[in-house]
Design a protein around this ligand. Structure first.
Ligand SMILES: C[S@@+](CC[C@H](N)C(=O)[O-])C[C@H]1O[C@@H](n2cnc3c(N)ncnc32)[C@H](O)[C@@H]1O
Length: 343
């Protein structure tokens, strides 16, 4: 999935948006997503009144809202008929799952709320939630409580990580490997791709129970149920034995405790794999990860070089780091031992 980064927008649209006002335009686009304007207009031309009725937008704001979306390069109109531009069709409908629309636009709204306190956050060193006296459950607790939340989050990543999964399957040499433990494996997107690429390989997704149920559906639909399994559990506990590859994808900085647990569960010559959007060594990239900390993200961050050192210090050898594409890094290491794969 490609995101509608600003380079995708027409220059004449961007030329009208000052940096200070960009957040208003951005918030209007998020509102359009939440109200599902672009999905309603998918391959359709509709009159303003009909759009207003379908999406329950008050007539006081309706035309101003739609005209702003025209100005932003996302809609067109003629004779009071409105339709999506190719940009909106491609990035907000065709390439974006409904789960992404729901989950991501909800996260954006929370972020706008958090940003009202940004100066206080910066000067106090506290999170916006603690300043507001809010208690928000962790995202895994929220998914345990609400199956819709679990579905939106997990399936959002199933679509978002397709490209990452194919690239990982292409990169890893697994012809001599038998079984992969996919720790925090979520939707199963990575394991499914690895199993498709390597017809002999088995994989198991370790995640919380509601996520495992969703992963099981994805595995069934991919026709992989004979080789890809799920294991409900907590990744902070001991990792099960019986896997010669242990993988951590998109779970942020992997703690020393987790790396040590992986080391003790792997057999000699076992392979550890980390795949994520780690920070660059000078800490200035990627922008998407850096800014998340100011709106309450507790996703643990580390540079790719920090992760390489952590993997080495746990005892893994032949540690390699590879910038797979864009800001995605793969880090691999082998547990020392006798045998043909020992390096
Ligand atoms: C950002 S998602 C990544 C999912 C998947 N690895 C991928 O690349 O698409 C992180 C996953 O870790 C799982 N997770 C987080 N904490 C966990 C815990 N304590 N026990 C089990 N799973 C956990 C979450 O439920 C979620 O599915």
């Amino acid at each position: 999935m490609h995101e509608p980064t600003l380079d995708k927008f027409p220059r004449k649209v961007l030329a009208q948006i000052s940096v200070e006002r960009a957040f208003i335009v951005s918030r209007l686009i998020v509102a359009a997503e939440r109200l599902q304007v672009f999905r309603l207009l998918h391959r359709k031309h509709m009159k303003a009144d009909a759009i207003g009725r379908a999406l329950k937008i008050h007539k006081f704001y309706l035309k101003g809202f739609l005209n702003s979306l025209i100005s932003a390069g996302l809609l067109r109109k003629a004779n009071d008929l409105y339709w999506n531009t190719p940009l909106a069709e491609k990035y907000f409908v065709a390439e974006r799952s409904i789960y992404w629309t729901r989950q991501y636009s909800k996260e954006c709204v929370e972020a706008y709320d958090a940003l009202t306190l940004l100066e206080k956050v910066l000067t106090s060193g506290r999170s916006y939630r603690s300043i507001k006296g809010l208690h928000k459950p962790s995202y895994t607790e929220a998914m345990k409580r609400d199956r819709h939340q679990a579905e939106d989050f997990t399936q959002m990543l199933f679509h978002y990580h397709q490209e990452d999964a194919e690239a990982l399957a292409h990169y890893l040499e697994l012809s001599e490997r038998g079984a992969v433990l996919d720790v925090g494996g979520g939707s199963g997107v990575m394991s499914i791709a690895l199993a498709k690429k390597n017809p002999h390989l088995r994989a198991c997704i370790l995640d919380i129970a509601p996520v495992c149920r969703i992963a099981a559906g994805n595995i069934r639909r991919a026709g992989m149920a004979r080789r890809v399994a799920t294991l409900p559990g907590d990744l902070r506990h001991r990792l099960p034995a019986g896997y010669d590859v242990i993988m951590f994808c998109d779970i942020g900085a992997v703690s020393m405790q987790l790396l040590e647990n992986a080391y003790s569960s792997l057999p000699a010559n076992g392979l550890i794999v980390l795949a994520d959007r780690y920070l660059s060594n000078d800490g200035t990239q990627p922008l998407s990860r850096l800014v998340a900390q100011f709106v309450g993200s507790s996703f643990p961050q580390a540079t790719w070089a920090d992760m390489v050192e952590a993997v080495k210090s746990c005892g893994f050898r032949a540690v390699k780091a590879r910038n797979a594409y864009r800001d995605v890094w793969y880090i691999t290491g082998v547990k020392p031992g006798r045998g043909p794969l020992h390096d």
